[in-house]
Design a protein around this ligand. Structure first.
Ligand code: FES
Ligand SMILES: [Fe+2]
Length: 349
């Protein structure tokens, strides 16, 4: 079960090309993504209504898709507009079409009720293409349920154990977190005051190994799977907690987490920075450092999921550090319940 009435990131814009179809499973539904002649993306259910052939194996004809098997042709609304063997097209000859939008370098897809799809509800990721910022990211395939990744990003005490060569320092887990509920979302804030910068920040911000910093991690989760981290560090005692970040560096770690199946996830992420934006080697360095760390996370998530499967979803013990993840799970449960209720009401109407 996944929240349906949300925009999810389906692909990086350059993954969806003209004259090529991309099959991608999103929230357990195989979807085919392609571009119309004018460049706008389109998304259809990836299954021909005739004999279930994946449409992504077929051909693009102008704005339309022709099935490989017997040539049924669908327009971007999902309506069948051609049946080679007859002139009459039955009205139920159609496939589902999904609302799509392109923003921040990503193609977004609406997996719920099409009438409710409002592009204004797309989550804010303006750091991806704002002129004052530079960002670089990628898509990673995660062998785990998407909520394990949300947990991971909302509890950064793992940095010192999983990422000692990049993001971690000894000082993280000893500093308390503050957890706030903001609408349907959750904010987790941690300040690590007057302690050495992690290796990544030494490289990015030019902090010396023996120079202490005040480091912040402000994590914003919004359902169903968006996590934006405001992270950085400034020379210790220069006023960063009061808002003066001029003696340090600020970054955004931007995460759009899209469920593929119950046990697999599409992980779209990017690292953005607002300092030394004219030096592409800085953008690359930040990307590489975080990429290295995220591969370490992927190994953890895969091992967790394998054990969850092997032990049949055993109970787990929670600690203070889990406050953010637990609130996120509660928010998602509220959404799933509300969507199930609304579906029940519609079915009875
Ligand atoms: S399966 Fe697609 S046309 Fe027959
Ligand atoms: Fe991590």
């Amino acid at each position: 079960m996944f929240p349906r009435n949300y925009w999810y990131v389906a692909a990086w814009a350059d993954e969806v090309r003209r004259q090529e179809m991309l099959r991608r499973t999103i929230c357990d539904e195989p979807v085919v993504l392609y571009r119309r002649e004018d460049g706008r993306p389109a998304a259809l259910e990836d299954r021909c209504c005739h004999r279930h052939m994946p449409l992504s194996d077929g051909r693009i004809r102008g704005d339309n898709v022709e099935c490989l098997y017997h040539g049924l042709t669908y327009d971007p609304t999902g309506a069948c507009i051609r049946v080679p063997s007859q002139t009459q097209i039955p009205p139920d000859a159609r496939v589902r079409s999904y609302p799509v939008a392109e923003r921040y370098g990503w193609v977004w897809i609406w997996m719920g009720e099409p009438a409710l799809a409002d592009p204004a509800a797309i989550e804010d990721f303006h750091w991806m293409d704002h002129p004052d910022w530079r960002a670089k990211g990628e898509r990673l395939a995660v062998d785990a349920n998407y909520m394990l990744l949300v947990d991971n990003l909302l509890d950064l005490t793992h940095l010192q154990f999983v990422h000692p060569t990049t993001l971690g320092t000894e000082a993280i887990s000893g500093n308390p977190i503050k957890t706030e509920r903001i609408g349907d979302g959750v904010r987790v804030t941690r300040w690590i005051m007057d302690s050495p910068a992690p290796p990544f920040f030494q490289k990015a911000g030019g902090f010396a190994p023996d120079e202490n910093v005040d480091r912040w991690q402000i994590i914003d989760f919004t359902p169903p799977g968006f996590v934006r981290l405001d992270v950085g560090a400034a020379k210790a005692g220069t006023g960063a907690p009061e808002g003066d970040r001029s003696q340090g560096i600020t970054m955004r770690n931007l995460n759009a987490i899209t469920p593929e199946t119950d046990g697999t996830t599409h992980y779209f992420w990017a690292q953005a920075h607002d300092f030394r934006i004219d030096d592409p080697t800085v953008t690359e360095l930040l990307f590489r450092q975080v990429h290295t760390a995220f591969l370490e996370d992927l190994a953890v998530l895969k091992a967790q999921q394998a054990n969850i499967d092997a032990f049949g979803e055993p109970p787990q013990v929670d600690f203070n550090q889990d406050a953010g993840g637990l609130q996120a799970r509660r928010a998602l449960q509220r959404i799933l319940d509300a969507e199930a209720n609304a579906g029940g009401l519609r079915a009875r109407a």
